[in-house]
Design a binder for this molecule. Structure first.
Ligand code: AMP
Length: 290
């Protein structure tokens, strides 16, 4: 496995793989890798002859300096996991390689960011879109893999690629969860054992929204209110949002008459966690309930 910090040699390696006739798969990450990331890498490994993983904690997408400062960094364990999963190249640039001069051009994602995390984290998706665009230009993969766990990010990336004709196929990978339903996240590392137990309530609230919708509920306000009521009064818990949106444009729905995304963000102590589930009005309740 090659571990590369600079753009030029990374491009040389990818060009060589492509000349050898390999399909290039790319998995962008911020490191602190967990089974969710492994799910993306495994899918890329199945689909592609050459797999590139990037590890870069992108300062542009952090709206709070302390979140950036405390973001977990576990580079040696990350490299070990990548090697075990058969990754060909890890691209791990430092900030000066990615942003040698302050950017003049950035990407405005418009109304894709007007709800959910976009509303609660000013500038976050402009930062995501900008770094994803840079990484796609640097790696120039055939396919790029993103997790459904970050559904708004996935929707933004799909629009980015469409709006700018970026020649890459975006592949969505299902959310990987721990045994109690909590979605794996690098930020879970920051939870103490009591907070870790409390954190599962977010997924349970989203499943409650899904249950109501499957049973015929059509009023978004009512669904979100009863789902949010599952979050117990506890000084360590604060629901940032729980919304029902259209899965493509991330806009709130006025009435539930088609597939909707139930998405939530929950503060657990000083850690903010996000999760989402797709809700189908005609779905049967076959998914595991907590
Ligand atoms: P991050 O390192 O948090 O920026 O995430 C890198 C990629 O991994 C993103 O496409 C995420 O959506 C994806 N990802 C993170 N957690 C999970 C998870 N639990 N299941 C599936 N994909 C995930």
């Amino acid at each position: 496995m090659d571990v590369i910090g600079a753009v030029a040699p990374l491009r040389d390696l990818v060009a060589a793989a492509r000349r050898a006739g390999e399909r290039v798969g790319f998995v962008p990450t911020m490191g602190a890798l967990h089974p969710g990331h492994a799910g993306l890498i495994e899918q890329a490994r199945l689909d592609c002859g050459s797999v590139v993983v990037s590890i870069f904690v992108n300062p542009l997408q952090f709206d709070r300096p302390d979140d950036l400062q405390h973001y977990p960094r576990t580079i040696q364990a990350d490299l070990d996991l990548c090697a075990a999963l058969g990754v060909d190249v890890v691209f791990a640039p430092d900030v000066s390689e990615m942003y040698p001069v302050p950017l003049s051009c950035t990407i405005d994602v418009g109304r894709m960011a007007s709800h959910l995390c976009g509303r609660h984290r000013p500038g976050h998706f402009a930062g995501v879109a900008t770094v994803v665009m840079k990484l796609l230009q640097i790696v120039q993969p055939d396919r790029a893999y993103f997790g459904e766990k970050d559904a708004q990010q996935l929707a933004v990336v799909r629009r980015l690629v469409r709006d700018f004709n970026v020649p890459v196929r975006i592949e969505a990978v299902a959310t990987v969860r721990d045994r109690d339903g909590l979605a794996f996240s690098s930020r879970n590392q920051r939870l103490n054992p009591a907070e870790r137990r409390l954190a599962t309530v977010l997924y349970r609230a989203l499943l409650e929204a899904r249950r109501q919708i499957a049973e015929g509920a059509t009023d978004p306000e009512r669904v979100t209110r009863t789902a949010a009521a599952l979050v117990p009064p506890d000084e360590r818990l604060r629901l940032d949002y729980l919304e029902l949106v259209d899965p493509d444009d991330m806009q709130p729905v006025g009435r539930i008459d088609r597939r909707v995304l139930a998405a939530g963000a929950l503060w657990v102590g000083s850690t903010r966690l996000i999760d989402n589930v797709i809700c189908n009005p005609s779905a049967t309740l076959s998914d595991p309930q907590l």
